[in-house]
Write a protein that binds this ligand. Structure first.
Ligand SMILES: [Ca+2]
Ligand SMILES: [Ca+2]
Length: 697
């Protein structure tokens, strides 16, 4: 135990001295007295809106397995998220703290050194595991076992990273996550309680259903929601600005060409049907798999002493307001489904309309496990609500804040307060307010902020908003750009990837760096390299992919390779796409190194074109002084200012191509033709001596 140790607290993204030791003590001491502690099965899906569960009255689908949890336990009608996107909500759930204190306001890396739910349970003797979607970028901490998707992960034949090692699993992601969860349950130590977080990827975009459900809903028209044709009149400019209307669904979402000759309205409806059916097919498969978990608990008798929680990281617009996606503080996005069963403690088939939040999950589960929730958690345990009691001082309002702008879907930053009757939203960069009377206007179509009869309501809500902001210590810590210092995390110099092209076995290539990642080879082969080396040969239609494990964001790094081009254009290596990432490539024979941050492109070009058919060493570096540099044959040839990469790129790393979204502005071809040898990626800045040695000087 580390009682009394001064540790650090996350305030405004900066670590200050305070947290830690004392809190660990209180959590541990309480545990000693707790007899017969319950197991916890925590199922957190991704983007599953409450109005797509039949127990919540869905008019568009059935979820018989999830409904079982409601039948056995309690359904919460007013569970809300503090910041409606994946990564921030997941960090808030784990830490019991709002984004401005846990440091995860957008898609940024979770600092796993801070205390959180799994760590507290682990310290109290629980076996802890997380399997499935994690999406916090850093490696999980506080879990005895973890096997998680890199980033968003993929639906078919997903890669999962098991305790640092990546494996490809053949099959459909929702089945695989539950297979792995059941495996872990079977192998666990039966003498100790467990907390298993089994976290589906479904039903996240791009909504790829399993083969067996591709025809579900064929010939059926899914009803459009009441606000499908919302014109956003009378509300903030943020609504029309957001790029999440049906017209913004991409080819990869729709998976079929848009029929020609449709009127705009008919095309919008067609797009909705394509989107919502795939979304619901993914829900059905996930629901089946939740049933497998419940069956296992029941058949083994574990169910009698297991708390089962089902929720989703936030809500989602299912065509509501003409949108897909989430982010806004409006009801469909703000509301999370929350079902909890615990035999003998929760009366079966009950509904609770008290306001609970995602930051309440951690303190609730700690208390259920017999621990005292640490006082720095901002959420409050709703264990009394589960037992059918409502504390007289239970909350009547909640605070919400969204930050991610500019970003995907261009949703303006905003914050606000929701009470049982009203919602007040402030778009802080636009200086625009909205007020809704949820009783009279449940669809939030009438902004009554300027209605003179509402002036006292506005005054009271502004006072409540200020009170909540003070109580939660929101001092606009993340309102503006991060400083350069905050954008870079210092890293020790580390070789993180060095594919061994002498070891291409079928479709995979090995890695000489200590992490031993596995690359997927697409149309590439081993070929003789320089001197006695071995190179990768690509013919303009191949590449080697390393997936999403590496994260070049917020750190200096060095990349490079030996190359012998057959042509004047092609990518040597690239990670990311047109919003974030980097690429080393030839264009018109001239070497280029490019870095993208929030769509802004910084490029350094070589001074001359490389002769075809000759070996050259190229390297690019992003320095901690926010500059990029390019070396040709071990000699620096140029520098440019740039921003560090603010977030992990969406596209993975590839050698010999830049698949999907492009980082650079390329010439005749993106795909490499020729040889590549000794490609390496380092975190940190390689010094000149090491660079020259790599370049054979
Ligand atoms: Ca999500
Ligand atoms: Ca790309």
């Amino acid at each position: 135990m580390r009682c009394g140790l001064m540790r650090r607290v996350w305030v405004g993204g900066k670590a200050l001295l305070v947290w830690g030791g004392i809190l660990f003590c209180s959590a541990r001491m309480a545990s000693a007295a707790a007899p017969d502690r319950p197991n916890i099965l925590f199922i957190l899906s991704d983007d599953h809106a409450a109005h797509a569960l039949s127990c919540y009255g869905s008019v568009i689908n059935r979820t018989p397995q999830l409904d079982r949890i409601a039948t056995n336990g309690m359904l919460f009608t007013h569970c809300f998220v503090n910041n409606s996107i994946c990564t921030p909500s997941r960090a808030a759930i784990l830490t019991g703290k709002y984004s401005h204190l846990n440091g995860v306001t957008v898609f940024n890396r979770f600092d796993g050194r801070q205390p959180h739910l799994a760590k507290y349970l682990q310290q109290a003797g629980y076996q802890t595991a997380i399997i499935g979607k994690w999406h916090l970028f850093s490696d999980p901490t506080g879990f005895d076992y973890w096997n998680v998707l890199p980033g968003q992960g993929r639906y078919l034949d997903p890669i999962l990273i098991e305790m640092g090692k990546s494996n490809v699993y053949k099959g459909y992601v929702s089945d695989i996550i539950v297979d792995l969860s059941l495996d872990w349950l079977k192998k666990r130590d039966p003498t100790r309680p467990f907390c298993l977080m089994s976290q589906p990827k479904a039903p996240h975009r791009q909504w790829t259903p399993p083969a067996k459900y591709t025809n579900l809903y064929d010939g059926i028209e899914i009803p459009e929601p009441a606000t499908f044709n919302d014109d956003y009149r009378g509300r903030s400019r943020a609504l029309p600005e957001a790029t999440m209307r049906m017209e913004h669904l991409r080819k990869t979402d729709l998976k079929a060409p848009v029929p020609s000759k449709l009127s705009p309205a008919a095309q919008k409806s067609w797009r909705y049907q394509r989107y919502i059916k795939d979304y619901l097919r993914c829900v059905t498969s996930m629901d089946d798999n939740v049933g497998r978990l419940l069956d296992y608990l029941e058949s083994t008798g574990l169910a009698t002493n297991t708390i089962v929680v089902y929720s989703s990281d936030q809500g989602f617009f299912l065509g509501d307001h003409g949108w897909f996606d989430k982010r806004f503080m409006y009801e469909e996005s703000l509301r999370m489904p929350l079902l909890v069963s615990w035999p003998g403690h929760i009366r079966p088939g009950t509904t609770n309309d008290a306001m609970v939040l995602n930051v309440d999950f951690a303190p609730t589960l700690l208390e259920a496990a017999g621990l005292t929730p640490p006082p720095d958690m901002q959420g409050r345990s709703f264990l009394p609500l589960l037992r059918g009691e409502k504390p007289t001082d239970w909350r009547h309002s909640m605070y919400y804040r969204y930050y991610h702008y500019p970003g995907d879907h261009q949703v303006q930053p905003h914050y606000g307060v929701r009470t049982e009757r009203h919602k007040l939203i402030y778009y802080n960069k636009l200086d625009e307010w909205e007020l809704y009377d949820l009783e009279k206007d449940p669809h939030e179509l009438n902004n009554i902020y300027r209605d003179p009869t509402q002036s006292s309501v506005v005054r009271d809500l502004k006072a409540e908003l200020a009170r909540l902001r003070q109580e939660l210590d929101d001092r606009d810590q993340f309102v503006n750009e991060l400083s350069n210092e905050d954008k870079f995390h210092p890293v020790p110099l580390e070789l993180v990837l060095r594919p061994d092209f002498s070891q291409i076995n079928g479709e995979t290539v090995a890695d000489l760096a200590s992490r031993k990642r596995t690359g997927q080879v697409v149309h590439g082969q081993t070929a003789p390299g320089r001197q006695h080396g071995v190179a990768l040969r690509l013919e303009g239609d191949g590449r080697v992919e390393f997936g999403h494990e590496l994260d070049p964001s917020q750190k200096p790094f060095t990349v490079g390779a030996w190359c012998k081009p057959d042509t004047t254009d092609g990518v040597i290596l690239a990670h990311g796409g047109r919003s974030h990432g980097y690429a080393l490539f030839l264009k018109d024979g001239v070497p280029h190194f490019a870095v993208r941050d929030r769509r802004k492109l910084a490029v350094v070009r070589g001074k001359e074109s490389l002769p075809a058919g000759q070996w050259t060493h190229l390297a690019g570096m992003l320095t901690s002084k926010a500059q990029i540099r390019l070396w040709v044959d071990g000699a620096a040839v140029g520098t440019a200012d740039c921003e560090p990469i603010a977030q992990k790129p969406r596209d993975g790393l590839a050698i010999g191509d830049d698949p999907d979204s492009p980082v650079g502005e390329y010439g005749a071809s993106r795909s490499w033709k020729g040889l590549i040898e000794d490609a390496r990626i380092y975190w940190g800045e390689l010094d000149n001596d090491a660079l020259e040695e790599w370049a054979g000087k």
